[in-house]
Design a protein. Sequence first.
Length: 197
Amino acid sequence: MKLESDRIDYRIISSFIEPKSRVLDMGCGDGELLYLLNKHLQTRSQGIEIDQDQILECIERGINVLLGDLDSGLTDFKDASFDYVILNNALQELRYPDDVIKDALRVGKKLIVGFPNFAYIKARVQIFFRGKLPVTPSLPFAWYESPNLHLLTIRDFKAYCRERGYKILAERYVRNEKEVFLRPNLLAQWGTFCLTK
């Protein structure tokens, strides 16, 4: 079933998820993704969010949401409580991404991770020619206002998965709201992965 959304990352994430799955969205924001997954795939979902205004929007959408800091862990959840855990556009903002990924794969059978690719060609060009950290659509903040703590590339993430023994089940790449199939570490602004232990 096709997800109705203007956001390509939401459509890609939904393509990884089986209907009627149990889904946990870590850093769920306003709950739009979970709302769409519940509507189109009949998922049973739970969100975690730290921003109280976003939590109110989740509640207005009928999304179950808990107030929580992702770096604090998922101690409230039992092993394999969910079929899928989503960590979309949050990995680079975590203080302890390795711990969070490990915990997400404890409570979820599969983990979906989406993040901006710091090796995208426009970012490389800005560093090379300007000698400054890049500002691009996928990395829109100046260094002093950025919530990003850990900038990573597609190649970095794949190497990390190999080192930790995580199996990548699917991977998709995006530039300018279109999928990229060639040389993603250079040409993609965004990577989305589905992995398991």
